[in-house]
Design a protein around this ligand. Structure first.
Ligand SMILES: C[S@@+](CC[C@H](N)C(=O)[O-])C[C@H]1O[C@@H](n2cnc3c(N)ncnc32)[C@H](O)[C@@H]1O
Length: 199
């Protein structure tokens, strides 16, 4: 199955769009001066909408045409593009690139996508990668043997030149999360923040 077919099926079954932004995106972006932002794997669009409402010029990308159409249909001036990021990447240079739970059960050279993203940063720009670091009761994957790559492992996989990119945050905070049906649980996020060297 292709990434487009898999995620299109997922989003065609979805009832609601938008929704709250991811908390770590809000935490990292709130103190920043708004500029050009790129949301990789934007899904239901909550992060792209939050960024646009806070003054960012947003490009939102997903492999699912339905997800992209939903973001595009929003009244905010968001540029929404469909890309299979294994194949193509949006043009432009960005002050903030966000990959929130950009995780998929299908084969994907994610390190290469994130490496391409790091190269699309403007000087001084930030790449925020937030991944699941634990299994929530509502996760599709309930395998207790699952290895969640640590932020250090994600950074190492990107193989960036340390003279051009530096890790400014790599940690595993916990938070209280709400899942389907209002169920709550404590979950761990793996957080990696990379900065491109200023000009
Ligand atoms: C786990 S969801 C996270 C969605 C959103 N960022 C969030 O935090 O709710 C992963 C997203 O990545 C997208 N995706 C998966 N593989 C992709 C690919 N090869 N190219 C572009 N987007 C992809 C999916 O369609 C989905 O929206």
């Amino acid at each position: 199955m292709t990434a487009e077919l898999f995620w299109e099926k997922h989003y065609r079954a979805r009832q609601s769009w938008g929704g709250p932004a991811n908390p770590l995106l809000v935490e990292v972006a709130t103190p920043l001066k708004p500029g050009a932002a790129l949301d990789l794997g934007c899904g239901a669009g909550g992060d792209a909408i939050w960024l646009a409402r806070h003054g960012w010029q947003v490009t939102a990308v997903d492999v699912s045409p339905t997800a992209v159409e939903q973001v595009r249909a929003h009244s905010l001036p968001i540029t929404a593009e469909q890309h299979d990021l294994a194949v193509s990447f949006p043009a432009g240079a960005f002050d903030l690139i966000s990959a929130q739970y950009f995780q998929t059960p299908l084969p994907l050279d994610r390190a290469q996508v994130l490496r391409t993203a790091a190269h699309a940063l403007r000087p001084g720009g930030l790449l925020l990668v937030v991944d699941h670091g634990s299994i929530a009761p509502w996760s599709w994957n309930q395998d207790p043997g699952t290895h969640f790559p640590t932020p250090a492992e994600v950074a190492a996989g990107m193989a960036l030149d340390p003279r051009q990119w530096s890790v400014v945050r790599a940690d595993r905070p916990q938070r209280r999360a709400t899942g389907p049906g209002g169920r709550t649980a404590t979950v761990t996020d793996n957080v990696l923040l990379i900065q491109r060297a200023p000009a």
